[in-house]
Design a protein around this ligand. Structure first.
Ligand SMILES: [Fe+2]
Length: 362
């Protein structure tokens, strides 16, 4: 485990930026020794199959294409081999539930952040291990909770965009929090002109304000990162305000709504959102179903790229529309069990569950 502080060169400016602005600093997670090839293979072999996805994607940032691949019985060693030479992205989800050494590392990192940032209470902590090919990309998207990318091995480039229109619209954020649209947002190439760009190597950490749009392209080598997510009181208020605004917009036709989680109006929205959640508890609910991306490929260690098309399924590209259709199915399930303005904690759990299954976020 790491013998010193996990965060390097942390100062007061970093504390102010955390959760409120873009923040790029260094960390020592690699010194834990938990991310060698040998240990990655051990993790891949031990981790529950249900909590891991193997995906492939397109190569054009403008054209959303994301497919799941059947693991096809591949061992951890074989998976690591195909991800090194293919165009793949493995998401090892719920690390903290299944690996005590990684749970300790993540909790140590969060505890240190809390000790360095007065007033910070990082709740609902989760962590995913991302193992991705040298050419893998993650498309332009927004995450619902606060998240931090702890980069460990390889090189990647991360674009972080302004949190405002036209980069992301208020109504899209409201729909995202209500489970009514996917995390992937409308992207234009010219957005890059106003992005902050971080070229990351092992030992770099980047984070941003809640709901900030971002995308990633790997640039060299096998990429290993940990993506952690958490909530704070402020983040929960923000989710409730988005949900209340959506209700006010859809049901009462209100316009020009503030999305600020602070102030008297925000207090009323949070209270209204929670009240709606309480009422919804008396309504009948349906069992939740997991979102799934189309499974078009299977791992094939004999194939050049490490995967092959599933028999009888044309290996054509999925379009954004097809992904959105699948997400809307999930949204229908979620909406059937809750009101538009459900409690923030419940919504976050659902969104995290959707995200974990969708596996497109960093
Ligand atoms: Fe993300």
């Amino acid at each position: 485990m790491v013998n010193q502080d996990i965060l390097c060169g942390w100062n007061e400016e970093h504390s102010k930026a955390l959760g409120n602005d873009n923040l790029f600093v260094q960390h020592r997670m690699m010194e834990s020794g938990l991310f060698s090839d040998e240990n990655l293979i051990r993790i891949l072999d031990r981790h529950p199959v249900a909590d891991m996805t193997v995906s492939t994607m397109g190569r054009d940032k403008m054209n959303y294409e994301w497919f799941e691949c059947n693991r096809n019985g591949a061992t951890g060693e074989q998976l690591l081999d195909v991800v090194k030479r293919g165009h793949l992205w493995i998401n090892v989800m719920r690390l903290m539930d299944h690996h005590s050494d990684l749970r300790k590392l993540i909790n140590d990192a969060y505890d240190e952040l809390e000790s360095r940032c007065p007033g910070l209470e990082a709740t609902h902590r989760t962590a995913n291990l991302l193992i991705s090919s040298p050419s893998a990309i993650v498309y332009y998207h927004v995450d619902t909770p606060l998240n931090i990318l702890w980069h460990l091995r390889g090189e990647k480039k991360c674009w972080v965009y302004p949190l405002r229109s036209p980069f992301v619209s208020q109504s899209d954020l409201e729909d995202l929090h209500a489970g009514q649209r996917p995390e992937d947002m409308h992207y234009l190439a010219e957005f890059d002109d106003e992005a902050e760009v971080y070229e990351m190597v092992g030992g770099d950490m980047v984070t941003w304000a809640q709901n900030t749009p971002h995308r990633v392209e790997n640039t060299s080598g096998l990429n290993i990162s940990i993506s952690t997510e958490h909530l704070t009181t402020h983040a929960r208020r923000q989710i409730n305000v988005h949900l209340a605004n959506r209700m006010l917009r859809k049901k009462l036709g209100c316009k020009n709504l503030s999305s600020s989680p602070d102030g008297f109006l925000a207090n009323a929205k949070v209270a209204g959102s929670r009240a709606a959640r309480l009422i919804s508890r008396f309504l009948p609910t349906k069992a939740e179903e997991k979102f799934k991306y189309p499974v078009r490929y299977q791992v094939n260690v004999e194939a050049e790229g490490g995967i092959s098309s599933l028999e009888g399924v044309e290996a054509s590209s999925a379009t954004l529309e097809s992904v959105e259709r699948a997400t809307q199915e999930l949204a229908g399930v979620l909406a059937s069990g809750t009101s538009d303005a459900s409690d923030a904690s419940d919504t976050s759990e659902k969104t995290l569950s959707q995200r974990d299954a969708a596996s497109t976020s960093v």
